[in-house]
Ligand binder design. Structure first.
Ligand code: ADQ
Length: 464
């Protein structure tokens, strides 16, 4: 561990969502660990080193975490006035930044985006983080909601070590320059010592934005900010490999896997798992399956697509529209290609618990992961990590960060419906021996990106 000013202990993690969330209401209200890779990666770091996890208060009452009492780290919730919180989260972060960074059109006009709310919310996070860290210390800030925070921390605690990690893509300067507050965003981020991205491409595009939008000299992967060195690093996130293998091999998952195989009558199973989001490419994926069913009528008898979609951002119109589109497409394809007792798409619109989710991964012959744009995409990793019998095939979009690392996947352009249908057919026809070679190679690639190594590697660079 590096040298820190006296009195500062551990690490301060700052992210919009915290490691715990409230589930249920009234008597059934309980506090549970939030799902997701970030929590899995950072909980062990905080448990080992102590510190504080700073996140937004999501309900009107502070979270009281009973099991947190036993944790060797603190939770600090940022309270932001409701009006500011709503504008920061909805229109600005999800209406403007999310699409822009995914190279897609903003769902809120740029001119009316509530910049003041974004800046004020970031200020509230920075204040809370500084209070938690006791001034100068080690701060690790996450994602596009909090791009102003590093600069605010640097201003008030200049001797700190500050890292920021981008979980989503970073676009080229032509796209990013459309943001009216582009210079403020870049300056905010350059408060960091280390800026992390999933792929070389995103890191290079970020550096190109710095060259275009600031006067700071860029040399290689370093930016000189008035004599201070800011490093841009490629740090691809992964999944907790050992923990996932344990879940995938557990007797509950095995039982549930057999039940699923029976229910689908041992047909070939294709699996899609996504948060409801227009970046995930679900309509084009369904169209590719429809195309293949039209072309190969025998598949109506022999194969099924299980599409699991977890509800998300339902308050936003673009997301409700997407849900309607998916509902319509599923109905259309099922209407066209069903046989009695044989429905080509089984569609779940809900979250799954880990046993169900991993049983589906284990039951599926093909992982079908075709986002239009995705920072990394952990579903592709989870599918391979679950294939403990080393079989199955992965069809993966070239626009997922994961395609830069899972090189042995069947890589497709998800906009090309015919090519995607072809790749799906190749996956369904892949002989057992070839599946084994394919999956063994993929599993090596996924294991190399273990999320614990990611956290340790990133922190090593932050402290180095
Ligand atoms: P997300 O956009 O949320 O993450 P992703 O990486 O695919 O995307 O992670 C989704 C997670 O949600 C997976 O762990 C998956 O198991 C889970 N999930 C999805 N559908 C589910 C369901 N129906 N039930 C239960 N769980 C479900 C952002 C970026 C990604 C980046 C990650 C991590 O958009 O590109 O990979 O952060 O940096």
């Amino acid at each position: 561990m590096g040298e820190y000013p006296r009195g500062v202990e551990g690490i301060v993690v700052v992210s919009n969502r915290g490691p715990f969330r409230v589930s249920g209401t009234g008597a059934r209200r309980k506090v549970v660990r939030a799902a997701g890779g970030l929590v899995t990666a950072l909980l062990p770091v905080l448990r080992e080193r102590g510190g504080t996890w700073v996140s937004a208060q999501e309900t009107d009452h502070p979270l009281v975490v009973e099991q947190g009492d036993a944790e060797p780290f603190a939770l600090a919730e940022v309270t932001i006035p409701r009006r500011v919180r709503d504008a920061f989260y909805g229109p600005f972060s999800n209406g403007v930044l999310w699409p822009l960074l995914h190279s897609m059109p903003a769902t809120v006009p740029l001119g009316s985006a509530p910049w003041e709310a974004y800046d004020a919310a970031n200020r509230a996070f920075a204040d809370k983080a500084l209070a938690a860290g006791g001034g100068e210390g080690l701060y690790w800030v996450h994602d596009y909601h909090l791009m102003r925070v590093p600069g605010m921390l640097r201003e008030r605690a200049p001797g700190s070590r500050i890292g920021w990690f981008c979980h989503i893509p970073w676009p080229g300067p032509d796209l990013f320059s459309a943001l009216p507050w582009r210079a403020e965003m870049i300056e905010g981020l350059l408060g960091s010592d280390v800026l992390g991205f999933h792929t070389e491409e995103y890191a290079e595009q970020f550096l190109a934005c710095v060259r275009r939008l600031s006067d700071h000299p860029v040399r290689g992967d370093e930016i000189d900010v008035d004599g201070r060195r800011v490093r841009v690093v490629v740090a691809p996130i992964g999944v907790p490999w050992d923990e996932l293998a344990t879940i995938a091999r557990s007797p509950e998952v095995e039982r549930e896997r057999s039940r699923i195989r029976q229910r689908i009558d041992h047909r070939a199973m294709i699996l899609g798992v996504d948060r409801l989001d227009y970046t995930k490419g679900v309509p084009a994926r369904l169209a590719a399956w429809g195309r293949l069913l039209a072309r190969r009528p025998t598949l109506r008898e022999r194969a099924v697509l299980v599409q699991v979609m977890v509800p998300s951002r339902e308050a936003v119109k673009a997301y409700r529209d997407l849900k309607n589109e998916v509902d319509r497409l599923v109905g259309d394809i099922n209407g066209r290609y069903s046989l009695t007792g044989r429905v080509p798409i089984h569609y779940f619109y809900r979250s799954m618990n880990p046993t169900e989710l991993y049983a589906h991964y284990r039951a599926a012959d093909v992982g079908f992961v075709t986002p239009l744009r995705d920072g990394m995409n952990l579903v592709a990793h989870e599918y391979c990590a679950s294939r403990v019998e080393e079989d199955g095939a992965l069809v993966l979009s070239e626009f997922a960060g994961a395609a830069h690392y899972l090189r042995d996947a069947l890589i497709v352009n998800p906009h090309d419906v015919i090519a995607t249908a072809d790749a799906l057919e190749t996956a369904l026809r892949m002989p057992r021996m070839d599946q084994r070679e394919h999956m063994m190679a993929l599993r090596k690639q996924v294991a190399a990106l273990d999320v614990h190594k990611w956290a340790a590697g990133y922190l090593g660079r932050l402290e180095g």
